[in-house]
Design a protein around this ligand. Structure first.
Ligand code: HEC
Length: 111
């Protein structure tokens, strides 16, 4: 009986330690953001000065209008792009897009 409990408990503990599917990985998101987003949106999300001048767009992701959009809406924009923002629907996996959104939420102070 005790052995049986050990056999059941070990996989349960291992499962509990694994990241649950669907949970965004904010640290992975930070890396993706640094590689794919900083050149336009800047490291802190307020927008890269040069890109703002060049594109004549407000690239600040910390604006209340952006922060108040739903996750679904921001994920859609990230997937489809906003010219000249590339569409990341094919460049990143769904999980990577969730991760990068988690990092954007972190920058917005909403996590
Ligand atoms: C080539 C420059 C560029 C890159 C790279 C880029 N973006 Fe953008 N992004 C833009 C532009 C331009 C807009 C649209 C701004 C506007 O319409 O006022 C935008 C808009 C957005 C919006 C919507 C803001 C709103 O108005 O609601 C989000 C969210 C966003 N970007 C996230 C990201 C993320 C996350 C990445 C990296 C995976 C990224 N962007 C990479 C240029 C870029």
């Amino acid at each position: 009986m005790r052995n049986l409990l050990v056999y059941l408990a070990v996989p349960a503990v291992l499962l509990a330690l694994m990241p649950s599917p669907g949970a965004a990985d904010v640290q992975a998101g930070e890396g993706i953001y640094a590689r794919q987003c900083t050149r336009c949106h800047g490291p802190s999300g307020t927008g890269n000065e040069k890109a703002i001048k060049l594109l004549k767009k407000d690239l600040n992701l910390l604006r209340p209008e952006v922060a108040s959009r739903s996750d679904a809406e921001l994920l859609r924009i990230i997937s489809e792009g906003r010219k000249p923002m590339p569409a990341f629907g094919t460049k990143l996996t769904a999980a990577e897009r969730e991760d990068v959104l988690a990092w954007v939420r972190h920058l917005q102070g909403r996590h």
